[in-house]
Write a protein that binds this ligand. Structure first.
Ligand SMILES: Nc1ncnc2c1ncn2[C@@H]1O[C@H](COP(=O)(O)OP(=O)(O)OP(=O)(O)O)[C@@H](O)[C@H]1O
Length: 446
C-alpha cells in the first residue's frame, strides 16, 4: 500500500483529505507543522508528500529544500490558495512535482496523486533533472469560482437544476451562459437524455420553424430529406435556446404555442408529435426592455422566465480570475501540446487590472494565444495583446474618493457595479460597510 505524508495545519480539512485518501487505498500520516513533518520523515519512508504551502512554522518550500539536500526522490505536491499560484510555480521550478489550488475537487486530488506516483515508479526524480511537467489537474469543463458572485451562481444552479422550471439565463457575452445551461442539465434528472443547444441568433427567420419543428421531405423547395427538429431531438432532455431575444415575432408565437401544447408538427406532416422538454434560454439583451418596446412578447417572456439566473461578468469575479486563468492554461497546454506552468507576476497584475469586456471567452482566447507564443515555461507580458495593458480597468478604489464633488458618483457607481450589494460596494470603495451606510445616508441614497 502506497504511503502518503499529508502536511496540513487545518485539522478538519486534513482529516477530510486523509479519509478521502484512505478510502482510495493509500496509507496516510498527517503532520500539522513543518517540525512534525520532519520528525515523521525521519521515521518513515513515504511515496508522496502532499503539503500545504503555508504552515504555522514555515512553508512547503522549506520542506522542498530539505528534501533536496537529502537527495530525496519522493515527489512533493503543494496545496495552495489561488493567490499563491505564482509561488507554487516558483516551487515547481525548485523541484516540486505539482501544485493543486484550493478548493479542489476529489478527482483532481486523485489525478495528481496518480500522476506523481506514476512518475515515481517509472522515473524517480533526481535533484538535477527535476523539470516537472505540469499535468492537467482539472477533470471537467466547469470551474466553480470562489468569489461571492460565483458562490451564489452555483447555489442557484443547484437549486433549480433538479426541478422542471424554465430558466432564463442572462449575462454579458462570453460570461458562460451556455456552460451554466449545460450544468443545469447535467445536474437535473434529465442528465442521461439529450442536451440540444440552439443559437437563435444564427437561424434565418424563414427556416426557423423547420429548424425547431422539423420537416417532411418535399414539403418545400430544398426539403430533400425528412428533418428532425430541435424540439424532437431534445425530447426527454433539455432544449437550450441561446440568444432567444433574436427570434422574430412570428417565431416567438410558434415557440409559445409549442411550449403551451407540448406538441410540435413538422412542416408538411399531418401528425403532431408529443414532446417532453425542459427549456432553458439565454440572452445578453435586456428582454424586459424588448417587451416594453413591443419587440418581444410578454407572454413568452413570462413563460421563459419562471426562474432567472444572472451570470456575473468577469470584472465582478476578481477573486476567480487566477483560477480561471489556470484552468484555461491547462486547457491550452493540452490543445497545443505545451507544458507551460504559469504566468509571470506582471502578467497576473495586468490580468487583474484589465476590464475583460469579452469575459471568460476573451480570457480563454488571450491565454490560448499566449500559450502558443510562449517559448519558455512561464507566460510573460510580451505574449499578451497590447489592449490588455493600454486600457487599464478604472478602479473606483483609488482615484479621488476623498474629494466631495465626486464622492456621491463613486458610491453610485460602486453600488451599480456591485448590483446593490453593500458589502461588495464597500470593498470596491475600500471603506467599511458602516462608512458606506453613513455616506449613503449623507447623500440620501437609500
Ligand atoms: N464555469 C466555467 N468553467 C470553465 N469554463 C467556462 C466556464 N464558463 C464559461 N467557460 C468558458 O468560457 C467561454 C464562454 O462561455 P459560453 O460560450 O458559455 O458563454 P456565453 O455567455 O454563452 O457566450 P455568448 O453570450 O457569446 O453566447 C467558453 O469557452 C466556455 O467553455
Amino acid at each position: 500500500m502506497k504511503q502518503i505524508l499529508l502536511i496540513e495545519d487545518d485539522v478538519s480539512f486534513s482529516k477530510m483529505l486523509k479519509n478521502f485518501m484512505e478510502r482510495h487505498q493509500y496509507k496516510v500520516d498527517v503532520g500539522y507543522t513543518l517540525l512534525n513533518a520532519t520528525q515523521l520523515l525521519k521515521k518513515n519512508d513515504y511515496d508522496l508528500i502532499f503539503t500545504d504551502l503555508r504552515l504555522p512554522d514555515g512553508d512547503g518550500i522549506e520542506l522542498l529544500k530539505q528534501m533536496k539536500e537529502k537527495n530525496s526522490t519522493t515527489p512533493i505536491v503543494l496545496m495552495t490558495g489561488y493567490a499563491e499560484v505564482s509561488t507554487a510555480v516558483r516551487a515547481m521550478k525548485q523541484g516540486a512535482f505539482d501544485y493543486i489550488s484550493k478548493p479542489f475537487n476529489p478527482n483532481e486530488v486523485l489525478e495528481v496523486i496518480n500522476n506523481a506516483l506514476e512518475v515515481k515508479d517509472v522515473k524517480p526524480l533526481s535533484t538535477t533533472t527535476n523539470k516537472p511537467e505540469k499535468k492537467e489537474t482539472t477533470n471537467n469543463n466547469f470551474v466553480t469560482g470562489i468569489s461571492a458572485a460565483s458562490k451564489s451562481l452555483t447555489e442557484y444552479i443547484h437549486l433549480v437544476a433538479p426541478t422542471e422550471i424554465s430558466v432564463l439565463i442572462t449575462g454579458e457575452s462570453g460570461t458562460g451562459k451556455e456552460v451554466v445551461a449545460k450544468n443545469i442539465h447535467l445536474q437535473s434528472l434529465r442528465h442521461n437524455q439529450p442536451f440540444v443547444a440552439v443559437d437563435c441568433g444564427a437561424i434565418p427567420k424563414e427556416i426557423a420553424s423547420s429548424e425547431f419543428f422539423g420537416h417532411k421531405k418535399g414539403s418545400f423547395t430544398g426539403a430533400i430529406n425528412d428533418k428532425i427538429g430541435h424540439f424532437e431531438a431534445a425530447n426527454g432532455g433539455t432544449l437550450f435556446l441561446d440568444e432567444v431575444g433574436n427570434l422574430s415575432y412570428e417565431n416567438q408565437i410558434q415557440l409559445l404555442r409549442a411550449l403551451q401544447e407540448r406538441r410540435v408538427k413538422p412542416i408538411g406532416s399531418s401528425t403532431e408529435i408529443q414532446v417532453d422538454i425542459r427549456l432553458i434560454t439565454a440572452t445578453n439583451e435586456d428582454l424586459l426592455d424588448a417587451v416594453d418596446k413591443g419587440s418581444f412578447r410578454e407572454d413568452l417572456y413570462h413563460r421563459l422566465n419562471e426562474f432567472s439566473i444572472k451570470v456575473p461578468s468577469l470584472k465582478d469575479r476578481n477573486d476567480d480570475l487566477i483560477l480561471y486563468a489556470d484552468f484555461f492554461l491547462n486547457k491550452a497546454n493540452q490543445q497545443l501540446n505545451k507544458s507551460i506552468i504559469g504566468f509571470s507576476k506582471e502578467v497576473l497584475t495586468i490580468f487583474q487590472n484589465y476590464n475583460w469586456p469579452g469575459n471568460l471567452r476573451e480570457l480563454s482566447n488571450v491565454i490560448k494565444r499566449a500559450t502558443l507564443l510562449t517559448p519558455s515555461n512561464v507566460i510573460e507580458k510580451t505574449a499578451l495583446p497590447s489592449e490588455l495593458f493600454l486600457a487599464p480597468k478604472p478602479k473606483s478604489t483609488t482615484t479621488s474618493f476623498s474629494t466631495k464633488e465626486n464622492e456621491k458618483e463613486l458610491i453610485i457607481g460602486a453600488l451599480h457595479e456591485a448590483d446593490n450589494n453593500k458589502t461588495q460596494a464597500a470593498k470596491l470603495l475600500n471603506i467599511t460597510r458602516k462608512t458606506l451606510y453613513n455616506k449613503m445616508k449623507l447623500y440620501d441614497l437609500n
